[in-house]
Ligand binder design. Structure first.
Ligand code: AHN
Ligand code: ZN
Length: 339
C-alpha cells in the first residue's frame, strides 16, 4: 500500500504562521504552545489516509437501498435518520437543521440538513458538501411514461454523500490540521419539472438556500468549500464549472492541480464547463464562502450531464469505483494539504 507524506515544514515558516494568524487561525485568546513543542506536534509529517472506494461504494449502495430519497416519503425520513447516525459515529459534533420549505409547485417539504463538524473549536475551517435528496421525477428518461416516476439517484445525490461519508470515516481516525464541516443538503433536486415551464428563479437547492441564510452557527465561515455532485459515474468528466471559476478560481486551480498530479487528468479536465445552479451557488452568493462544484459535465449529451441524468438508469449500475476513488483521493489530499 502506498503511503503519502507531506514535505516537512521549515521551522521559520511555522513561526511566521503563528504570528500572522492566517485570517481565521485559532480562536483569539488561545495561548500558543512554545515553538519547540509546536515543532514536534505540527511539523511531524502528516500521513494522508488512503481513500477506500469499496467503503464509499457501500455508503452509496446503502442510501440507494432505502429507495428514492424524495422529501416527504418514508425512504427520505429513514435515510435521513441513518445519515445522522453515521455522522454521529464519525464527527465530533452533529447539527440537524430541520425546517419546512415551499417548492416551486407549492408543495411544503419537510427537510433536514445534516452538519458533521470535526474540531468544532477551530476557526480555521473548510466545508465539504453534497445533496442527499433524490429528484421526485425522472423527467429526462427516454420513455415519457417515466417522467413522473422517482428513480434511485445513485449518482445524482448518493455518490457525493458516499464519498463524504468515507472521508468522515477517515477524518475520525486521523485529524487534519484544520476544522472540517461536512454538510448534507436536502431538497437540492426539487427544481422545476421539465414540463412546468414556469421558469422561476431559485427552485433548486432549497436546503442550501435555507442553510446559507441561517447557518447552523451564527456568522459561520469557512476558508473555502467543495461541493460534490454526480461524482460516481463511469466516464465522468469534471469540467471547471462556471460559478466555481467566477467565485473561487484559486480553489479550482488547487483541486484540479492535485487531481492531475495524482494521475486523474482524464477526469479532471482543463475545459471550462457551463454555469450550474447548484448548492455551491448559494454558499458563494449568500455566505461568501468561495466554494467550487466538482460536477460531471459532458460534451456528448443534450443536457450536458452524464447520460443517465434524471432517468430510471441512474442506479447502482451507473456507479464506477474508479470515479469514486479519483474524486475521494483528490479531496482527501486537498484537506490534509491545508495548514
Ligand atoms: C439545473 O439544472 C438548473 N441544475 C442542476 C443541478 C442538479 C440537479 N444537480 C443535480 N441535479
Ligand atoms: Zn438532479
Amino acid at each position: 500500500m502506498k503511503k503519502y507524506f507531506n514535505i516537512l515544514i521549515p521551522f521559520f515558516s511555522l513561526m511566521s504562521f503563528s504570528f500572522m494568524g492566517c485570517g481565521g487561525g485559532e480562536p483569539s485568546g488561545r495561548v500558543h504552545t512554545p515553538a519547540t513543542e509546536a515543532t514536534q506536534a505540527e511539523s511531524a509529517a502528516l500521513e494522508i489516509p488512503e481513500f477506500n472506494a469499496d467503503s464509499a461504494w457501500a455508503f452509496v449502495n446503502r442510501q440507494v437501498a432505502f429507495g428514492p430519497r424524495v422529501p416527504n416519503t418514508q425512504a427520505h425520513r429513514e435515510c435521513g435518520d441513518w445519515l445522522q447516525q453515521s455522522l454521529e459515529r464519525f464527527a465530533d459534533t452533529v447539527y440537524v437543521q430541520a425546517t419546512r420549505v415551499r417548492a416551486y409547485d407549492g408543495t411544503i417539504l419537510n427537510i433536514r440538513n445534516f452538519i458533521g463538524s470535526f474540531k468544532p473549536e477551530k476557526n480555521n475551517r473548510i466545508l465539504l458538501c453534497a445533496h442527499w435528496d433524490t429528484r421526485p421525477w425522472a423527467d429526462h428518461d427516454p420513455n415519457p411514461e417515466n417522467h413522473f416516476k422517482p428513480f434511485d439517484g445513485a449518482n445524482d445525490g448518493a455518490s457525493g454523500v458516499g464519498v463524504l461519508l468515507e472521508i468522515a470515516r477517515l477524518l475520525s481516525k486521523q485529524q487534519p490540521n484544520l476544522g472540517v464541516d461536512i454538510i448534507f443538503f436536502d431538497a437540492e433536486d426539487y427544481g422545476e419539472h421539465e414540463q412546468s415551464r414556469r421558469f422561476e428563479r431559485d427552485t433548486w437547492a432549497l436546503g442550501s438556500q435555507h442553510w446559507a441564510k441561517s447557518p447552523h452557527k451564527p456568522d459561520y465561515y469557512a476558508r473555502f468549500g467543495i461541493l460534490l455532485d454526480m461524482v460516481g459515474a463511469s466516464g465522468a468528466t469534471f469540467k471547471k464549472e462556471g460559478y466555481s471559476m467566477l467565485y473561487a478560481p484559486n480553489i479550482v486551480r488547487k483541486v484540479w492541480g492535485i487531481a492531475q498530479r495524482e494521475g486523474f487528468s482524464h477526469l479532471f479536465v482543463n475545459d471550462e464547463g457551463s454555469h450550474i445552479m447548484d448548492d455551491h451557488y448559494y454558499v458563494n452568493d449568500i455566505r461568501n464562502i468561495p466554494t467550487i462544484n466538482i460536477i460531471d459535465q459532458r460534451r456528448d449529451t443534450p443536457h450536458g450531464f452524464f447520460e443517465h441524468w434524471h432517468t430510471m438508469q441512474d442506479n447502482m449500475d451507473a456507479i464506477d469505483k474508479n470515479t469514486l476513488h479519483a474524486v475521494g483521493s483528490t479531496v482527501v489530499r486537498a484537506i490534509y494539504n491545508e495548514k
